[in-house]
Design a binder for this molecule. Structure first.
Ligand code: NAD
Ligand code: UGA
Length: 431
């Protein structure tokens, strides 16, 4: 099939590369000229394991190409995936101006049947707006269908998630659209859930909100554990082994971040309120998540007495491991608060340093590795559980720090081992 992807970001690039790998001819479009130049030169503008190789392989086989022209993208394909950003507005609602912009151009340029698929995460009823917009502005009698095909991939394991999904959700209004999408995804041999477009839009917001709720639930519990002397990792195992609960998304820590959970929970709360049903449970999910960052700060003050002038080594800037994405990263929020309180911050992240420089400028010291960042520090704070932070030579650390103090924001270290080595250790709900 001929497929166009509009918006070559984390989702668009992975979708494009994977659909090309499945044998389709794919054209990825982005209005960001420098992004397309990087892609056309054989590099990749984001860090996502395996993506560069997949893009190079499929570009080499002439199944994957890149352009800045949406017009070209519209004319090229039978199926057009909209993968542009839907960032939060100040009131929490999703900013859908990029979706409208793309719908307008599709309407103006379409010259034959098109299946227009929303893959961006959007509030329920966006599909209707896309349909109305294309109907209003199209210049000829070419027919089209709208579908919603939300994406469930996670950054850091995006290709694996796309190629081996738990399910594929397609929200359609016609048999033709359903048949095209079933055919497109046939090689993946995955369970396909078919709904109308509104059902698929609600599924995406619900899935992210539910997962965020699980994280806030375990984070709230971690605070109860800490107050009573129980250990959250043991409690999580004890509840997670119940198949109805399952062990996933029960890791306590400094809170969820990223470009999706925070914005999608907000957008879901907003649309529910607009529809006349305030989803107050989700407001609590947000509050608990905000508290976890504050909680990390409170612990630091308890361990360091005063924050001004203290040197804090921060391990991890990305919102999760295996990505360079720092959007809504708890690490960045906590760093900003510490800087405001007068701390000196030394940071290291295996992939997110360049992106962090755009956000933090010269307010922090950028180090080349964990040991350099720890040298002379009053405290080490583990913010992101990269594998390379799991294998640490603590004897070496003990010799180079100013104070042997560790705040383990993701509960990856052994508290007993560190205490026995003379470190003052705090986790998030550990015994
Ligand atoms: P992103 O910011 O990485 O990419 C979006 C791209 O769209 C950018 O490159 C931007 O230049 C381009 N763009 C914006 N307006 C455009 C226009 N008018 N014409 C052409 N290109 C345009 O965002 P992302 O992380 O890929 O997310 C995209 C959507 O997918 C969002 O709705 C997000 O919620 C959803 N989503 C993201 C993930 C994820 O892991 N990042 C997973 C599932 C769903
Ligand atoms: C999330 C969803 O998992 C994807 O299914 C979805 O497609 C995507 O959002 C999206 O819509 O963009 P992602 O944000 O890439 O994926 O990463 P996750 O692995 O879900 O982690 C999100 C945040 O939750 C991270 O900050 C992570 O540290 C935190 N988290 C996750 C926890 O604090 N505890 C956990 O047990 C799991």
């Amino acid at each position: 099939m001929k497929v166009s992807i509009i918006g070559a970001g984390y989702v668009g690039l992975v979708t494009g590369a994977c659909l090309a790998e499945l044998g389709n001819e794919v054209l990825c479009v982005d209005r960001n000229v420098s992004k397309i130049e990087i892609l056309n030169s054989g590099s990749v503008p984001i860090y996502e394991p395996g993506l560069e190789e997949l893009i190079q392989k499929n570009s080499g086989k002439k199944r994957l190409s890149f352009t800045v022209s949406i017009e070209e993208g519209v004319r090229f394909a039978d199926v057009i995936f909209i993968c542009v950003g839907t960032p939060p507005r100040d009131d929490g609602s999703a900013d859908l101006t990029a979706i409208e912009e793309v719908s307008d151009i599709i309407a103006e340029c379409m010259d034959s049947y098109k299946l227009v698929v929303e893959k961006s995460t959007v509030p329920v009823e966006t599909g209707e707006w896309v349909k109305k917009t294309i109907e209003k502005f199209k210049r000829n009698s070419a027919e089209f269908d709208i579908a919603s095909n939300p994406e469930f991939l996670r950054e850091g394991s995006a290709i694996e998630d796309f190629m081996n999904p738990d399910r594929i959700v397609i929200g359609v209004e016609s048999l033709k659209a359903e048949t095209i999408l079933r055919e497109l995804y046939r090689p993946l041999d995955a369970k396909i859930v078919v709904t109308n477009t509104k059902g698929a839009e609600i599924i995406k917001h619900s899935a992210n909100s539910f997962l965020a709720m699980k994280i806030s639930f375990i984070n709230a519990l971690s605070n109860i554990c800490e107050k009573t002397g129980a250990d959250i990792n043991e409690v999580a195992e004890g509840i997670g082994l119940d198949k109805r609960i399952n062990p996933y998304f029960l890791k306590a820590g400094i809170g969820f971040g990223g470009s999706c959970f925070p914005k999608d929970v907000k957008a879901f709360i907003h649309i529910c309120e607009k529809l006349g049903y305030p989803f107050n449970l989700l407001k609590e999910v947000e509050k608990i998540n905000e508290y976890q960052k504050e909680n990390a700060f409170i612990k630091l003050r308890e361990m360091l007495w005063n924050i001004p002038g203290k040197i804090i080594a921060v391990w991890g800037l990305a919102f999760k491991p295996n990505t360079d994405d720092i959007r809504s990263s708890p690490s960045i929020d906590i760093i900003k608060k510490l800087l405001k309180e007068g701390a000196k911050i030394k940071v290291f992240d295996p992939a997110a340093m360049e992106k962090a420089k755009e956000e933090l400028g010269d307010s922090v010291i950028y180090c080349n590795d964990t040991y350099t960042s720890a040298t002379g520090s009053d405290c080490i704070v583990l913010m992101t559980e990269w594998n390379e932070f799991k294998e640490i030579d603590w004897n070496r650390i003990k010799k180079i720090v100013r104070q042997p103090v560790v705040l383990d924001g993701r509960n990856i270290y052994d508290p007993v081992k560190l205490k026995n080595m003379g470190f003052e250790y705090r986790g998030m709900g550990r015994r």
